[in-house]
Ligand binder design. Structure first.
Ligand SMILES: [Zn+2]
Length: 202
């Protein structure tokens, strides 16, 4: 950020009085421009034993598979956002069910909230951001071509939980390795030990 969105003057970076971290502050009007993480909402659309994935038509990770998900818009709920993203990316109508995974991704300042959902019909197809949309059995999931670690981890624990028939809320963190941007540490709270894993598709 270089200029103030309130008055157009230049902004500087300093710690405001009473705060403990640097912020963008306008030198003219004094507005403090706080920057905070964004929420990404999406669905795990289910149809019988299959789940729906989208192949990305946009960067990053063009051509790789992901769950329908995207940034929440102002004025909507998490459920509404998850349903909207699924309609936009997969032209799929869903009943959004329970929240299933909630991951913090501090290296990109995002929080992911992925909901189980029930496909209402099979009239889906690729939206503008997708090359292809299709249903997958567990055995067909293209594990080496999943676009994002958060989606790959969600799918791994989803299929593991499905064997027990229970889908408790799973909380986790995905943290980029400080010395290697191509590796992440994935930790699901209450899950097994965390280890560094390579970025899918790299
Ligand atoms: Zn200003």
């Amino acid at each position: 950020m270089n200029y103030c969105s309130q008055c157009g003057a230049e902004v500087g970076v300093r710690v405001p009085e009473g705060d403990n971290r640097p912020r963008h502050i306008c030198g003219a009007c004094g507005t403090i421009h706080y920057q905070n993480p964004k929420v990404v909402v999406g669905c795990i659309p289910e149809w019988e034993d299959q789940i729906l994935l989208c192949r990305r038509a946009i960067e990053p990770r063009y051509g790789l598979w992901t769950l329908p998900a995207g940034f929440m818009e102002r004025g909507e709920t998490t459920h509404d956002g998850a349903a909207r993203e699924t309609l936009e990316e997969a032209h799929a109508r869903v009943e959004v069910l329970d929240l299933y995974t909630l991951f913090s991704l501090p290296h990109i300042d995002q929080v992911y909230m992925l909901f189980r959902s029930r496909l209402l019909d099979l009239g889906f197809g690729p939206g503008a951001e997708s090359l292809e949309v299709r249903l997958f059995d567990e055995a067909e999931v293209p594990w080496r071509e999943i676009a994002f670690p958060v989606v790959k981890e969600t799918l791994k624990i989803y299929f593991a939980d499905r064997r027990t028939g229970r889908f408790p809320l799973r909380l986790g963190d995905i943290v980029r390795a400080p010395d290697d941007p191509r590796r992440y540490r994935i930790r699901v709270h209450g899950g097994g030990p965390a280890g560094w894993v390579p970025v899918p598709g790299s």
